[in-house]
Design a protein around this ligand. Sequence first.
Ligand code: GBH
Length: 489
Amino acid sequence: MVQFDSVLIFILFSSQVSAEVYNYSFPTNFAFGVASSAYQIEGAYNEDGRTDSIWDYNLHEKPSWVIDESNGDVACDSYHKWEEDVQLIKELGANFYRFSISWSRILPSAYKDTEVNEKGVAYYNNLINKLLDEGITPMVTIYHWDLPQSLQENGGWMNATIADNFVFYAKTLFQLFGDRVKHWITFNEPIEICEAGYSSDRKAPFLNAAGVGGYICSHNVLLSHGKTYREYEKLFKPTQRGQIGLSAASYWYEPKENSGLDAEASHRALLFSLGWYIHPLVKGNYPPIMIERIDEISKKEGFAESRLPKFTDSEIEMIRGSFDFIGLNHYTTVQGTFGTDFPEPSAYFDCGVKSSVDPEWEVAPTSSWLRNVPWGLRKLLVWIKNEYGNPPVLITENGWSSTATLDDTDRIRYINGYLLSVLQAIHEDGCNVLGYTHWSLLDNLEWLAGYSARFGLVDVDFNSSNKTRTPRKSYGVYQEIIKSRRINP
Ligand code: GBH
């Protein structure tokens, strides 16, 4: 049986990748990292002057938002256990650590021109300095979904004045840490911040304004990003010489049937998701197909103006080229086909593409949306290359959710497959891929899925008072990949 299984796996696998792929190695300048985010790991939610974010506020108000009614009050307790985290990253051999900074720890009053909280600053200074001491490059996400609640009370990302507050916060970080931090990501996954947070109730602040909220929020996020990039360029880059990008999330959309129609549908879905954010950064404005369709559908629905806000010419100039690298968070693949069976108004109806999955694709035991489809990453990288002129892409997240087991062979299969796919994109397709970041170092608060979906290379015992960390099998495999710079067949 074992024999039979491995033969079968070999046949399945070899239909996707050839044996030569195992001879490829990662280019010398290709970097490996691990990622986390503040609310998901830090805990200490009310310590040392930190104020509430929209996640603290909402999960305290209504714990049932989260499957197991858990929240980030303690999480992995990385606010106290950061030295252990750094040690784990060091032993792993990772080149960089991508983490996010909590806005409400640095600026408890959140708004521009308010006071910096020295204790919050000290926490990140200690972390950054320790990473550098250990030879690990710090990479900072400025905003990973934890908007200070006081700003949400003023409309959050629906209010255009948010840009000034965000730029002030970002400049505060450049001033405080930019002498040592050279890699910045303004926003993690605007589509989740906005579509999930403002068009639906899948993420805080659960605004649920379908077809409207996501577009306004995204517009303000893109303007905030562009302004931040230009301020950095003018005031900090000449001396600090760092790089700024934005991390966009995207599925790969595989045409459901091998037909021109499904290919067109899948292409359109990519423009409406990844293109929503990358198109402005590379070309200055939203994808023309988004503008056309949303304008037309809004009109039919009786809206006086398009639900998609418009950039002015000077805003287009500001946003075009506002990146040093494109951050890509990629987890999985879906199949696309045209469809109109959606509520109106909604971004789904505007896009008009239905998605499904191939039941043959291995599904993650603790995340029903996540399937192991390694070739999807390669196709997505090639799509970006063709669509946007082969910009430098840093894979800022990719990962798998296992059960709490230490023997996570499913995650190992996922990592090997996705990294082989990256090797093919580099060596066979000429894609400009700078590095790979595994999500995540530790098991952590998986938003509304609580602590059940475990994304860590390292297991965290959430029942233990000291949140005991234990490396899984996959930790050793990733360690070996980083060391050998290739995939071991
Ligand atoms: C990332 O988002 C996040 O940046 C990170 O914080 C998170 O922990 C990690 O992924 C793992 O999820 O359940 O059908 O509503 C990845 C993009 C898009 C993946 C929304 C989960 C939920 C699908 N996410 N998706 S559903």
